[in-house]
Design a protein around this ligand. Structure first.
Ligand code: FEO
Length: 404
């Protein structure tokens, strides 16, 4: 079988692999359409570099692809933009096949390369912001990009061809498509990916975007998903997402055991829709974490519907609240609706988790047993108050959380 190698520019090749069948990432994020591990070979007049590698299990495929355009044993450099195994897991195999190759990485990357892959120090070449490698008519320049999304991350920029290799940044989990225009919903997939992976590091992302403003970029070649042949498409989205721009939009995340919490949720949703708020509902017993994370990227508020189970939040709601806390979305407001059979506790726990986030908890409605018309009216009134705030947010800067 002849491996698929794609020449992106003269002497620049995609040698990655497509993992069509993968269905979960990090044991957390569903991959309904698989993913890709994009690696790139850059052949200059005198030297050859591999930019990133692939997920463990695909080493032979990677070497076969390299072999289609260059002798793997002749590699001079292996660039490690990021140490996570989906891009660096094949490094030991590649270094074994390329005895004179140096692993090019940041200082922090060097530490991780030892810890994760046992790479000997003498095989490494540490680089920093602005350093270059001359491959002979092709120059690789390195851009520090810490915490996008690990501390060691960097971007590699191919000067002559104006190609950016940013590893995970600008990526999307989807196996289909080589270029952005081939996947109609790619911006949606990219938003989900941003929510899952990059959202906790929005400030670092903003700094990186500012740095990139000085670089002419013809092609963005990330390590997951299609390449952005129209870079402004993803750059304009990332400018908004890293800045935390929100829409008049509510994420409604709820779970219900006997329908009581759901009735409160429905009362709130009707009001929100009637007030012209975008509503994205996620039923937490069957939630797709990627969908939820994607909606959190640009939502201004969240309504949490969570019954009490054994003195605290229903476990599915607990997981969702912890996810909100961890992903650090730009939410400004929250409201909680809850029910309990014989003893409460969900509201208290939700308040404890949300308190340090800075999200203003506008209010809460809690019922003992099945909600009556008055309880539904309270949920509707709370939604009305939330809608008012969503449509008239104060100037940027989060208000102080009011507590549940
Ligand atoms: Fe795609 Fe952070 O690895």
């Amino acid at each position: 079988m002849k491996p698929a190698v794609i020449e992106l520019r003269e002497g620049v090749y995609w040698v990655g692999v497509k993992d069509w069948g993968r269905r979960i990432f990090d044991g957390l994020i569903p991959l309904p359409r698989g993913t890709s591990y994009n690696a790139y070979l850059v052949k200059g007049g005198t030297k050859t570099a591999l930019v990133d590698t692939v997920n463990p299990g695909f080493e032979a495929e990677l070497l076969a692809k390299i072999d289609a355009v260059a002798d793997p044993a002749g590699l001079d450099y292996v660039i490690m933009n990021h140490a996570e195994p989906d891009h660096a897991g094949a490094i030991p195999t590649v270094l074994a096949a390329a005895p004179r190759a140096r692993l090019v990485l940041t200082a922090k990357g060097a530490d991780l390369a030892v810890r994760h892959y046992r790479v000997p120090q003498e095989r490494m070449r540490v680089v920093k912001e602005g350093d270059t490698l001359d491959l002979g008519g092709k120059t690789l320049r390195f851009v520090d990009a810490p915490f996008l999304h690990w501390p060691e991350t960097m971007f590699t920029y191919l000067v002559e061809d104006e190609v950016l290799f940013p590893c995970d940044f600008f990526g999307a989990h989807i196996a289909a498509g080589m270029y952005d225009e081939e996947v109609p919903d790619l911006p949606v997939r990219a938003q989900m990916y941003f929510g899952e992976i990059m959202m906790p590091f929005r400030k670092a992302g903003e700094r990186a975007i500012e740095k990139l403003a000085d670089l002419p970029i013809e092609l963005i070649a990330p390590s997951h998903g299609p390449l952005w042949r129209h870079p402004e498409r993803i750059l304009s989205l990332y400018r908004k997402w890293t800045a935390g721009e929100t829409l008049p939009k509510v994420v409604v995340a709820y779970v219900s055991m006997w329908g009581s919490t759901e009735r409160l949720v429905r009362a709130a949703v009707e009001v929100l829709l009637g007030r012209g708020v975008q509503v994205a509902v996620h039923e937490l017993a069957h939630v797709d974490v990627g969908d939820l994370a994607g909606d959190l990227v640009d939502a201004r508020a969240i309504v949490l519907g969570a019954p009490t189970v054994l003195g605290g939040l229903h476990p599915a709601a607990l997981s969702a609240v912890n996810l909100v806390k961890a992903l650090k979305p730009p939410l400004r407001y929250a409201a909680v609706v809850s029910s309990y059979g014989w003893g409460g506790g969900a509201l208290r726990q939700a308040g404890e988790i949300l308190a340090p986030t800075g999200i203003e908890v506008v209010g809460a409605v809690e019922v003992h047993g099945a909600p009556d018309a008055e309880a539904e009216a309270q949920a509707a009134a709370l939604a009305g108050e939330l809608a008012g705030k969503i449509h008239s947010p104060p100037a940027p800067g989060r208000p102080t959380g009011a507590g549940v």
